[in-house]
Design a protein around this ligand. Structure first.
Ligand code: T1G
Length: 712
């Protein structure tokens, strides 16, 4: 074994092949930094000089990660574009040396191979990857507001063609190994047990003069598009259009990455690298990139945070009980099986309902199979984990039960009573309520210490957030069990206070209600939605209401109005919609029409029900301000009440829970950016004009007075 002192790289000679292992001591993942760069250069220098080394086989020493990319902590410290450009150029130079190394290099990839990690692998001659779910391959840089800056914008399109490369780079996609193999990034796909042997054998073949023959998958037309400047111009134009439709110009990184790719393909590698480094430099110091990196660190921190001090170990959940086989219940059941691989037992009032729920849960697994996320074999195995009945048989073995029945306090209490008899004495009972305080549900419970809230968002399989809500009587192990299980389901969990609407519906309700006020004042439905999409939300508030369901929305507002009074007063316009059965997407009609699962246009008949006709209404800037400031005000008030433990939880919740624009960092960061004094001033003006619902809360007034911030 050879290594220099303190080095992250060690190697040993196996039949003429230097088997190099990269293992950054004291770090959970391998990352590329200035120190590692020196280490790499020194190691390759030594390997180059050693005549007994004929080829190199490169591996990670970490159990489940290859290289997670450049060290994000290092590049966020940069303050000028020039410094960042230099860092990128130095990374490119190192990988250029790897690419021009005098002996062949094969890499064996197992685990995350991301960003600079993939750029390194692309600079090597041959890539073998393990066919394992942990092996994730991609260039996620644009998700951090930057671009692949160590030659990735040049080497990937040269390997797999402009279209396939842009498809990955511009969306920051991370792919499973099988997909990376299909598009041609990976040369060989093998079982993890033989990764090392196959890679070493490939290195030996390369040393013997063998060269892999690569043929790009795809059609003749595709090859023509990628293969000449005119075809590529069409590709760039289409990509640009797609990016703008998705980002609305709010995210500069994808367009810059497109430019780096195009410049390199049209003017050659050297010019391309230069442009790539320049653009990387500019992006790295943008406010958007800073915000996105903060989101990465906040999400990472939440992976380890149980939301309570001295968290006890969570219960190991092997069997989950789900009560209520409706849309939410089946979403929870299907996602729990797909992500956590647990045994799920569903229960509803009668067998037809159970059957419908089982079919809907199974649909989530079918979808995974269709997308090739799981094999046929896994699909069959997972489906066998799902069962259900109209009775509680099988609930006696569940460590966790989640109820997703009708949002009525009495119904939920009834289910809890039944579970306390049917399940074990230590089974945790979680309510998927969106508004009802947990302490009310737990009133009269035999074991209130095991009762907790787990608020999932719809559709469960796709929405990344989970609110976990302990009541004052919930015991710590129930909290850690709920958080840990939510994480196994792939969710980012925030622990929030037991108060009506918790965090998300608390701040979402005034936002939705304000949209209702604007409608009544004559703003067109599409106009409200369009303005908020432009602001950065994935969909506007009216579309969101259609998605959530107007009956659900009405219930939520009712609870909030009862709890917090007049500022939450429901807008009468919505009641007419519910009465006429226009409940949103699930009913096939809401504000918009829905045919065959697709959203259509606004139904003009809706305006009669609302009792107003579009007449322009307030100016666009005023519309945005009203929707935004009413939300920021409520968010600040809720923070003051301790609804979220930290501004970090609040911002991540709003971004993942209802799509608050990530590039703005979340409502609390955005409030800091605007400044409390300005917000208070505007709120006072709005209150005078539109009513006391805009009256600035004490927290913002206090911030304004002391010049304080949520993130000092
Ligand atoms: N830099 C710094 N720290 C990182 C890191 C990175 N790239 N990746 C992970 N960590 C830390 C993380 O903060 C946490 O730290 C620990 O590792 C475990 O992570 C030139 C510019 C790899 C899939 O965007 O997606 O390459 O809190 O809890 O769930 O073009 O981390 O324990 O101290 O998340 O198993 C591009 C980001 C960089 C990948 C592992 N790369 N990382 O997930 O563990 S830019 C990324 C991830 C770039 C080049 C450029 C995930 C993971 P701590 P974890 P995990």
């Amino acid at each position: 074994m050879v290594s220099s002192a303190g080095s992250a790289l060690t190697w040993e000679l196996v039949d003429g092949v230097a088997v190099v292992t990269f293992d950054l001591k004291g770090e959970p993942v391998n990352k590329l930094s200035q120190v590692v760069k020196q280490d790499m250069l020194a190691t390759f220098e030594a390997l180059g000089h050693d005549a007994s080394v004929k080829a190199v086989a490169f591996f990670s020493g970490k159990p489940d990660s290859f290289i997670a990319g450049a060290d994000i902590e290092e590049f966020v410290k940069l303050t000028t574009a020039a410094e960042a450009e230099r860092l990128s150029a130095e990374g490119q130079e190192m990988l250029d040396r790897v690419a021009r190394f005098s002996k062949p290099i094969a890499v064996g990839i197992h685990g995350a191979c991301l960003g600079g990690g993939l750029e390194f692998a692309l600079a090597c001659g041959y890539r073998v990857a393990s066919d394992h779910p942990k092996t994730q391959i991609g260039l996620p840089e644009v998700q951090l507001g930057i671009l692949p800056g160590a030659g990735g914008c040049q080497r990937l399109p040269r390997l797999i063609g402009a279209r396939a490369a842009l498809d990955m780079i511009l969306a920051g996609k991370v792919e499973r190994a099988a997909k990376a193999f299909r598009v041609g990034i990976v040369d060989e796909l093998v079982h993890p047990a033989i990764l090392q042997d196959v890679t070493v054998a490939a290195a030996q073949r390369l040393a013997g003069g063998w060269r892999p023959r690569r043929r790009r998958p795809g059609s003749l037309v595709g090859a023509l598009l990628d293969g000449n400047p005119l075809g590529r111009r069409l590709v760039y134009r289409a990509a640009r259009k797609q990016v703008l439709a998705r980002t609305r110009g709010n995210y500069p990184a994808p367009l810059a990455a497109l430019e780096a790719v195009a410049h390199g393909l049209e003017h050659g590698m050297t010019e391309g690298l230069k442009r790539e480094a320049q653009l990387f430099g500019q992006l790295a110091v943008t406010d958007v990139s800073r915000k996105l990196v903060q989101i990465f660190f906040a999400t990472t921190a939440l992976k380890k945070d149980f939301g309570i001090p001295n968290p006890p170990p969570p219960a190991v959940v092997k069997r989950l009980g789900v009560v209520g086989a409706g849309f939410m219940g089946s979403g929870i059941a299907g996602t729990a099986i797909a992500q956590a691989g647990v045994d799920v037992r569903m229960k509803d009032a009668d067998l037809p309902r159970v059957a419908k729920g089982l079919a809907a849960a199974r649909e989530i697994l079918d979808d995974r199979l269709r997308r090739r996320h799981i094999t046929k074999y896994e699909h069959t195995r997972l489906i066998a984990l799902l069962s259900g009945d109209a009775s509680y048989t099988g609930f006696g073995r569940a460590e966790l039960v989640i109820e997703a029945v009708f949002e009525e306090l009495d119904v939920k209490r009834q289910v809890l009573r039944e579970i306390e008899t049917a399940a074990r004495p230590d089974t945790v009972f979680a309510s998927n309520t969106s508004t009802i305080p947990i302490h009310l549900i737990a009133e009269g419970a035999k074991r209130p210490e095991l009762v907790i809230g787990m608020h999932f968002f719809s559709p469960v399989a796709r929405m990344p957030l989970l609110e976990v809500i302990p009541s004052a009587r919930t015991a710590p192990p129930a909290v850690t069990t709920a958080v840990a299980f939510g994480r196994r389901m792939g969710k980012t969990a925030i622990v929030v206070k037991d108060s009506p609407g918790f965090w998300i519906n608390r701040i979402l309700t005034p936002y939705m209600n304000e949209a209702g006020h604007l409608l009544v004042e004559g703003v067109a439905i599409e106009e409200i939605d369009r303005l908020m999409v432009e602001f950065g939300f994935p969909v506007g508030p009216i579309t969101l209401l259609d998605e959530v369901g107007l009956d659900v929305g009405e219930k939520v507002v009712g609870v909030m109005h009862d709890a917090f009074g007049e500022r939450f007063a429901p807008v009468a316009a919505f009641a007419g919609m519910v009465k006429s059965g226009r409940l949103g997407r699930k009913a096939g009609k809401g504000f918009y029409t829905y045919a065959g699962g697709k959203k259509g246009s606004v139904d003009p008949a809706v305006y009669e029900l609302i009792g107003s006709q579009p007449n322009g209404g307030p100016r666009p800037a005023e519309i945005i301000q009203r929707l935004l400031f009413v939300t920021l005000n409520e968010a600040a008030r809720a923070v003051g009440e301790g609804i979220v433990r930290t501004p970090r939880d609040g911002d991540i919740g709003a971004i993942f829970g209802f799509g608050f624009p990530p590039f703005r960092g979340g409502p609390l960061r955005h409030a800091d950016d605007l400044g409390a004094a300005r917000i208070v001033g505007e709120l006072e003006r709005l209150a005078e004009r539109y009513g006391p619902r805009f009256a600035p809360c004490d927290v913002l007034r206090d911030h304004a007075q002391r010049n304080a911030k949520f993130y000092p």
